[in-house]
Ligand binder design. Structure first.
Ligand SMILES: NC(=O)c1ccc[n+]([C@@H]2O[C@H](COP(=O)([O-])OP(=O)(O)OC[C@H]3O[C@@H](n4cnc5c(N)ncnc54)[C@H](O)[C@@H]3O)[C@@H](O)[C@H]2O)c1
Length: 276
């Protein structure tokens, strides 16, 4: 075993991942599995569930809606029965639609809050007692977003829900710190997945304009995000809790500074910039 594996201490541990069969969740599950973690997944996409079942014979892969507390309970129970321990919870499920706030309705707000905030509360309420009972501590990781840290026109309720998750994680981290349970967030910027490209609906390839808006000049990849989750799940982050890791190529840091072609960094467009 190498230094990394030994310090990381992930082999033989157990993780529950919501939304782990597709998009960023699939990368998280693959990377946890590659580090010897037993993984229990629930995902709403039946086809992705079948594919994951075929690929990871050791995993528990349920087809279901993570917004439903009973579905979550069944997943945690199945992991208890199979492995008898819980070390990591990764809340990947999240999502939204694009609309100006004034065009949205309470039905839409409710859907976005259930997906992005309430499922996290339910999953954490199932994970903490199990981690406590195990007596080995644990790690909870929520996928939030850069939109929890800045305004997000067209995504007001999503942004509010993810900011709520960030604040919830801070408080929960403090409450469960004496049990050795850590709670952190991973807040990506733009990391194109098939569903994200559908939501943004602008018909772009996913890389257009990132040289201007993302300091590192490229979009994020699923592994940029899953690397952070693996780190936070592992003992390499054993003294890190109540905080957020930002795999965003520097977008949060740059906060409104853009790298304009030909003229470089400025908060304002160059003189010859034409508005289409
Ligand atoms: N992709 C990005 O650029 C990006 C950026 C910032 C934040 N995020 C956040 O990261 C997370 C994952 O994003 P993604 O782009 O991979 O999303 P995605 O829509 O591809 O979803 C990931 C997986 O979750 C599953 N899923 C969705 N709703 C579910 C539900 N109710 N129950 C069970 N499974 C469900 C999907 O089927 C999919 O397999 C989300 O919380 C999102 O808000 C993504």
């Amino acid at each position: 075993m190498g230094w990394f594996e030994e310090r990381g201490g992930l082999a033989g541990t157990v993780a529950v991942v919501t939304g782990g069969a597709g998009g960023l969740g699939e990368a998280v599950v693959s990377d946890l599995d590659a580090n010897g973690v037993h993984v229990a997944v629930v995902d709403i996409d039946a086809e992705a569930v079948e594919t994951l079942r075929g690929r990871l014979s050791d995993a528990i892969v349920h087809h279901g809606d993570a917004r439903d507390p009973d579905t979550l309970t069944r997943l945690f129970d199945a992991a208890d029965e199979r492995w008898g321990r819980l070390d990591t919870l990764v809340n990947v499920v999240g999502g939204t639609f694009r609309a100006a706030f004034t065009e949205t309705t309470p039905k839409g707000w409710n859907a976005v809050l259930r997906t992005n905030l309430l499922h996290v509360l339910h999953a954490c309420s199932l994970a903490v007692p199990r981690m406590r009972a195990g007596g080995r501590g644990g790690s909870i990781v929520n996928l939030t977003t850069i939109e929890a840290h800045r305004a997000a026109p067209g995504y007001a309720v999503y942004s509010a829900a993810k900011a709520a998750v960030e604040q919830f994680a801070r408080t929960l981290a403090v409450e469960v710190a004496p049990d050795g349970i850590r709670v952190n967030n991973v807040a990506p910027d733009y990391s194109p997945t098939p569903r994200l490209l559908k939501i943004s609906g602008d018909g772009t390839s996913g890389e257009d304009g990132v040289g201007v808006t993302i300091p590192m000049g490229r979009a994020g990849t699923p592994s940029d995000v899953s690397n952070c989750v693996v780190f936070l799940a592992s003992a390499l982050s054993s003294y890190i809790t109540g905080t957020t890791v930002h795999p965003d190529g520097g977008t949060f840091a740059s906060s409104g500074w853009f790298n304009w072609p030909g003229s470089g960094w400025s908060t304002r467009p160059p003189k010859d910039f034409t508005v289409r």
